[in-house]
Design a protein around this ligand. Structure first.
Ligand SMILES: [Zn+2]
Length: 72
């Protein structure tokens, strides 16, 4: 399995690897938010309006998210 991806500490999005290997990983929706690999629970939200999980996490756009992100 590949290295665990980073997740955004603010919107819980699972972040793709940066295009260049040494670029810092950053959430494009919340650039100042901390990112971490310390997260658990992978969910894919296809229809945020119809998903209870999405509503609980305040997710309003489709994508891959972590259920829980631990920011120190
Ligand atoms: Zn974010």
């Amino acid at each position: 399995m590949a290295k665990k991806p980073f997740a955004c500490g603010e919107c819980n999005r699972i972040l793709p690897d940066p295009e260049k290997k040494n670029d810092p990983v950053q959430c494009m929706h919340c650039p100042s938010a901390p990112v971490t690999t310390d997260w658990s629970g992978y969910v894919v939200i296809l229809h945020p309006k119809r998903s209870e999980v999405a509503q609980r996490l305040n997710i309003d756009s489709p994508g891959s998210y972590a259920l829980k992100v631990n920011i120190r």
